[in-house]
Ligand binder design. Structure first.
Ligand SMILES: NC(=O)c1ccc[n+]([C@@H]2O[C@H](COP(=O)([O-])OP(=O)(O)OC[C@H]3O[C@@H](n4cnc5c(N)ncnc54)[C@H](OP(=O)(O)O)[C@@H]3O)[C@@H](O)[C@H]2O)c1
Length: 143
């Protein structure tokens, strides 16, 4: 099982959540959001938190939030040398704090609220600092 913490509660986070939740190869351990209201759709199904310092242990931390917030939020994560990826196609991997092992998990798809997307049809663009992390991200995309 690949243990995942999802950071963000917007369009991309919601679509990833749905796919991760039904996958037998992924254990979604927590969703982190900045407000209790935006965490409501996830609350019944998984552990949630508004506190970046109260983050659970996972194999991959996915930051699916607005591009400009990726760097500050990655700086807040208390996960020394953990594998942290963002989902942006227009933000460099190096925008993630160097306290982490960095990566990109970018779904090549436009997401909008209320429109169903079959993620098994969506190509993912992957980038990592380390080969071992690339293999893990590939496994996640296939799962
Ligand atoms: N939408 C697409 O079609 C698409 C496709 C591929 C990749 N992406 C990428 O995926 C990422 C998320 O996009 P999205 O479409 O899901 O965005 P979105 O629906 O606009 O949601 C933005 C999320 O970021 C959070 N956020 C914004 N500013 C923040 C801050 N300062 N601190 C903490 N959280 C903050 C929001 O929290 P609140 O709910 O509390 O405001 C919300 O959870 C972006 O990097 C985007 O480039 C988007």
């Amino acid at each position: 099982m690949i243990k995942v913490v999802l950071i963000g509660t917007g369009k991309v986070a919601k679509h990833l959540f749905k796919a991760f939740y039904i996958s037998k190869q992924i254990e979604l351990v927590q969703v982190i959001g900045r407000s209790k209201t935006s965490l409501l759709p996830f609350k019944e199904l998984v552990d949630t938190s508004t506190n970046y310092e109260n983050i659970k242990d996972a194999d991959i931390y996915i930051i699916a939030i607005s591009d400009t917030a990726i760097n500050p939020v990655s700086e807040h994560l208390k996960t020394n040398k953990k594998f942290v990826v963002h989902t942006s196609g227009s933000t460099p991997m190096k925008s993630i704090s160097s306290a982490h092992r960095k990566g990109v998990f970018y779904p090549l798809q436009t997401f909008s609220s209320g429109r169903e997307i079959d993620l098994s049809e969506v190509p993912f663009c992957l980038e990592t600092e380390y080969k071992e992390d690339y293999r893990l991200l590939q496994k996640l995309a296939h799962a």
